[in-house]
Design a binder for this molecule. Structure first.
Ligand code: OAD
Length: 256
């Protein structure tokens, strides 16, 4: 079966990485995205932005893939063609062993020059000493390849375009899938939030895995109110129990 997973911050919550919009624990409850996650924020206060992303990179380095990431990687060993489309900037899908991961919002563990785009090796965004608390102001290093450029995190900020290659591949994968699972995303950030509509319009089955309701819940064929790890375990149990069933037959079965 061609299985596509669209994942968001809830996918990594059980690895200890905070989401963005959960009340109290979400990053945007504690930090102002306008001061930290826009091109103008970086222009106005590069040290604040660089220091904050260095802190987030350090948290990701310490985190481990959870049972949900592991289960998604295991789908490939069950013989399915799996594409992971993630809004997450961590590398936990890759570390769990997923072989095809499309990063719509870039990668936190890498940086590039804000002027010429060149990368510095080894990457200073993960250079020692890694910040331990909420991060501190830290001047971004100068680019070694051009005159005057500064390094910035290789993530997509508000107001920036998504990488064309990942975006185009994501749309193609969803258009051709037999089953789409939407895991741990509030579905509030576009254009990623528009991707499930491609599967819905084509009549492909869509399952949401999220402890809370979202705008997608009533449109999806099933909304499993579970954390990512347990939702993926349920999927694997269904696939193991009926290896030859198509996605709609699977969803018709009573969950164990
Ligand atoms: P959000 O923080 O908006 O949403 C996280 C979702 O995960 C919510 O719907 C939660 O109910 C759900 N959730 C929480 N714990 C979960 C768990 N254990 N298992 C499954 N689901 C759980 O995060 P995103 O939707 O990923 O963009 O946010 C999208 C984008 O907004 C991010 O990529 C980021 C952010 O601003 C940029 O930085 C460009």
């Amino acid at each position: 079966m061609r299985i596509v997973l669209l994942t968001g911050a809830g996918m990594s919550a059980e690895s200890g990485i905070p989401t963005f919009r959960d009340a109290l624990t979400g990053l945007w409850a504690r930090f102002d995205p306008q001061r930290l996650a826009t091109p103008s924020a970086f222009r106005e206060d590069p040290a604040l932005v660089w220091g904050w992303y260095r802190w987030r990179a350090a948290r990701v380095r310490q985190a481990r893939p959870n049972a949900g990431h592991d289960g998604i990687a295991a789908l490939e060993t069950l013989g399915h063609a799996v594409t992971v489309i993630t809004q997450n900037v961590d590398d936990l899908h890759e570390r769990a062993g997923s072989s095809r991961v499309l990063h719509l919002h870039g990668r936190l563990l890498s940086s590039r020059c804000s002027d010429c785009g060149a990368r510095t090796v080894p990457d200073p965004i993960v250079a020692a000493p890694l910040p331990t608390d909420d991060g501190a102001r830290e001047e971004p290093p100068a680019c070694a390849h051009c005159d005057g450029g500064r390094l910035r995190p290789d993530v997509v900020w508000f107001g920036e375009a998504l990488p064309d290659d990942a975006w185009n591949a994501a749309q193609e994968a969803i258009a051709a899938c037999d089953l789409l699972l939407v895991v741990g995303t509030s579905g509030l950030v576009h254009p990623a939030a528009a991707l499930p509509a491609i599967a819905l319009l084509r009549g492909s089955p869509v399952v949401e895995i999220n402890p809370d309701a979202t705008g997608l819940s009533t449109q999806a064929d099933a909304a499993w109110r579970l954390p990512a790890s347990r939702g993926i375990q349920r999927l694997i149990a269904l696939l193991r129990g009926s290896p030859r069933a198509d996605a709609r037959e699977l969803l018709a079965k009573r969950p164990s």
